[in-house]
Design a protein around this ligand. Structure first.
Ligand code: HEM
Length: 806
């Protein structure tokens, strides 16, 4: 018989600490030099330190809703009991070392994932250097390709899966990094991190987009522009997911899929791309009269901005700000561009979409690369619940604005976009915004459209970005620490240490613990007393039925030129409708907003008799506080007068006055203007003095409508050559038709005459504020200031004609 020793506690502990499927009756010996035993003992002590859930009882009741408590924690004796494995100190080049305490490394600056391949050899995704990237593996030089070729198969497989689904809406977009800078602390309004200190900066990424078109569609479609900003605040990500128009087509998220189905290309033939000018859109909106106000905005020049840098942005819905004391106010967010609000004209937008479908993307990229950083001021309209009750409209209705004359905008800070992405896909395509991403100090109103959006964005991103872990894609990761018990799912990046993924727990000392009211997000306990009487219901508030008052306000607040453009846009869009009854119904709807507008549109559509006005949903509406709001006109915000980022063409041909061309180019460049030398061809252009210019654009590759202004330089031989080229006439006519400044020197006036411009070429006549500056030979340099002053006005609508003469 073998001899047995009596049981020994240390041996028993050692044995049981190595046993992972059943436990001992007694706690293991403490102070053991054996790590497994020490871990088991410390784990027992840690758990024993939390004999019961001490916060459980206070979880109940209304008070907890207002001020949730901090979760219970117990500090472990060392890091041993909370680790996943005893072997975590066995380090290597790959595993690194033990996770630093309390750190989630996935939120480190983007440098952790940047890749620069200079001086590096080509490898596979497994890091194997590729000797030959030209030939697949074959049996013999002419032989069949072999399945064994893992290098070819890896490359092709990855390529096959490079595309991901595009966004269901706002698929076409462009973005940039930048910062938000707080002007003065706004602690009276909010405890949100970006607004706590004067001068505080918060990193941001902004993405601008069109709504209807596909990812590769044109930038200059008539459409709403998305204006989405992700603030990487120290208290988590805040996404302000707005548009460049402050209202929306619908009032309830229930109608969003219908709206989008109606505006997207028609399903039977997938036409038209990136356009609302077709039957299904107008069929839908003319049956949804709440869209009338938004249609005014969409038919205005707001829908064809000159640049992302020259459009406003709006949060659209009413939000809340909450201060440290828990006092909440309603707010509406406004972004105002420092460069002013400037738009294209329709004829120009149509032509640009052919010559440069990337017009806005290119403009944003080039502005940032050249240091002309787009800048916007963020402001809020602030009002109380009591004030809101008194308004003639419902602040939960996304088809209504709060006029600025009723509640002025309080500036909070500025956003500057100063860095282009390194990689479009990794950053701009993979960024994921959501209205539900807010931080302490902000909250929502009960707008039913907003509520639907909270669900929609994350839901769609789960399929667009391939699973629930897209928050770990570097561009989406916050700079604030992330610690929670969410685990697993496709493409998980984080490697959590320890075995605990639930709360409450004692095995991890209670961590990560509930933050409590002082640090954590607490929803405003908004009173629902009125709704209490009504109970659950699918319905709308009565004031939502006023579909026209603010549509009228918008139209009446526009300048005559803007009103004409709105009428022309309705005329164009409805002329593309193939079913006359849809057209009739739309004009019938417009009659409720503006008889003058409806009459003009009806005439433009060749209607012999006007349709009866649509019956109104609301028989009585409250008297509006404001009958005209100058702030709604694009002309209200001319901007800071800077010309940075604008483009000027200096038209040249052999024999041009080269000295003037170069001095004009230098003077414009000094103001941040991109002045390009445009010739009949690119490259060598001899000048009158025997020197040469190097044209960097041609009339063929950069037509006139791509420029904000034109200079026609002097030089008899050059003018003679240009007069023989049909492009020249188109170039000048487009500049004229689109009301852009033209500086014409010396004999170049022959070109303007030949183009048929309906103006006198007399020097004194042409300078009268028309944006046409005609000067004699040798006076070009002296007229550059006047030319730049004309550029500050951007467009000179005094010469606009409908239909255009040229
Ligand atoms: C006030 C009304 C709305 C505004 C201002 C707005 C704004 C935006 C913006 C700016 C984007 C592009 C975000 C980006 O650049 O990635 C976007 C995308 C999107 N919006 Fe809206 N939207 C509105 C209404 C809605 C509604 C009512 C829904 C649905 C109920 C919705 C669903 C979506 C979806 C699914 C995306 C694509 C998101 C993605 O794939 O990443 N939107 N919206």
């Amino acid at each position: 018989m073998p001899k047995t020793s009596p049981p020994n506690k240390s041996t028993a502990s050692k044995a049981s600490a190595r046993n992972k499927d059943s436990g001992p009756a007694q706690p293991p010996a403490s102070g053991s030099a054996d790590k497994a035993v020490a871990k088991a003992a410390e784990a027992n002590d840690l758990v024993a330190g939390m004999p019961f859930n001490s916060t459980k009882s206070a979880e109940h009741g209304f008070a907890n809703g207002l001020a949730p408590q901090v979760g219970a924690t117990v500090a472990p004796a060392s890091r041993l009991p909370t680790g996943s494995t005893l072997t975590e100190e066995n380090t290597s080049e790959k595993v690194g070392s033990v996770a630093p305490e309390g750190v989630n490394a996935t939120i480190e600056p983007l440098d952790r994932v940047r890749v620069d391949s200079s001086k590096q050899a080509l490898t596979t995704n497994q890091g194997v250097k590729v000797a030959d990237n030209q030939n697949s593996l074959k049996y013999g030089v002419r032989g069949p390709a072999l399945l064994e070729d893992f290098i070819l198969r890896e490359k092709i497989t990855h390529f096959d899966h490079e595309r991901i689904p595009e966004r269901i809406v706002h698929a076409r977009g462009s973005g940039a990094h930048g910062f938000f800078e707080c002007y003065d602390a706004a602690t009276d309004l909010t405890k949100a991190a970006p607004f706590q200190k004067a001068g505080k900066t918060t990193p941001v990424f902004a993405r601008f987009s069109t709504v209807a078109g596909e990812r590769g569609s044109k930038d200059t479609a008539r459409d709403v522009r998305g204006f989405a900003v992700k603030f990487y605040t120290d208290e988590g990500n805040w996404d302000l997911v707005g548009n460049n128009m402050p209202v929306f087509f619908i009032q309830d998220a229930m109608k969003f899929p219908d709206l989008v189905h109606a505006v997207k290309p028609e399903p039977h033939n997938q036409m038209p791309q990136a356009a609302s000018a077709h039957d299904t859109f107008w069929d839908f909106v003319s049956l949804m009269p709440e869209s009338t106000h938004m249609l005014m905005w969409q038919m205005s020049d707001r829908a064809i901005p000159r640049s992302y840098a020259t459009m406003q942005g709006f949060g659209v819905h009413t939000f809340r700000m909450v201060n440290e004391e828990g006092t909440s106010v309603f707010v509406k967010f406004h972004w105002t561009p420092a460069a002013g609000t400037h738009s294209l004209v329709w004829d120009e937008a149509v032509k640009i979409s052919g010559a440069d479908p990337d017009y806005h993307r290119r403009d944003l990229w080039e502005r940032i690369e050249s240091g002309a950083y787009p800048e916007y001021e963020l402001g809020v309209q602030v009002f109380t619940e009591e004030q809101a009750e008194e308004f003639s409209f419902d602040i939960l209705d996304a088809t209504k604005i709060v006029p600025e004359e009723l509640v002025p905008i309080r500036p909070l800070g500025r956003m500057v976009l100063n860095r282009n992405p390194d990689n479009f896909f990794a950053e701009t395509e993979q960024i994921a915004f959501c209205t539900a991403h807010i931080v302490p100090g902000l909250d929502f109103s009960n707008d039913p459209l907003l509520a639907g959006r909270h669900h929609s964005y994350i839901d769609t991103q789960i399929s667009r970005l391939g699973g629930p872990n897209f928050h770990e894609i570097p561009i989406n990761a916050p700079v604030a620490p992330v610690h929670n018990n969410q685990r697993d799912g496709l493409h998980r990046q984080a490697i959590p240490r320890g075995r605990v993924s639930y709360e409450p727990n004692s095995l991890a000392g209670g961590c990560p613990f509930q933050a409590g009211a002082a640090q954590g997000f607490v929803s405003v306990a908004a009173s629902l007393s009125k709704q209490d009487e009504q109970g659950k219901v699918r319905a709308k508030p009565e004031k939502f039925a006023d579909h026209y008052t603010q549509a009228t306000l918008f139209f009446e607040s526009q300048s005559p030129v803007e009103q004409d453009h709105i009428a022309n846009a309705f005329r164009f869009e409805l002329s593309k409708v193939t079913v006359p009854a849809i057209r009739q119904r739309t004009v019938a709807m417009l009659r409720n907003a503006s008889e003058a507008l409806a009459a003009k549109v009806g005439k433009g559509l060749g209607m012999l008799t006007m349709p009866e006005a649509l019956p109104r949903a609301a028989t009585e509406v409250a008297t509006p506080e404001i009958m005209k709001s100058p702030a709604l006109s694009l002309l209200h915000r001319p901007g800071d007068g800077s010309l940075a980022g604008r483009k000027v063409a200096i038209l040249v041909a052999p024999g041009v006055e080269g000295d003037f061309v170069l001095s004009a180019q230098a003077a414009l460049l000094e103001h941040g203007v991109v002045a390009r030398i445009v010739g009949p061809h690119i490259g060598h252009i001899p000048t009158v003095s025997g020197d040469a210019l190097d044209a960097d654009a041609s009339m063929e590759n950069e037509p006139g409508f791509l420029f904000d202004a034109l200079i026609l330089a002097d030089g008899a031989e050059a003018v003679a050559a240009l007069s023989q080229d049909g492009h020249t006439m188109e170039f000048i006519r487009d500049q004229f038709r689109h009301c852009k400044p033209i500086l014409c020197v010396g004999v170049a006036r022959h070109l303007m005459r030949q183009a048929g411009l309906p103006i006198s070429m007399d020097k004194s006549m042409a300078q009268g504020g028309t944006g046409l500056i005609v000067v004699d030979a040798g006076e070009g340099d002296g007229s550059l200031d006047a030319f730049m002053a004309a550029m500050q006005k951007h467009r000179h609508f005094g010469r606009e004609m409908d239909p255009p003469l040229l």
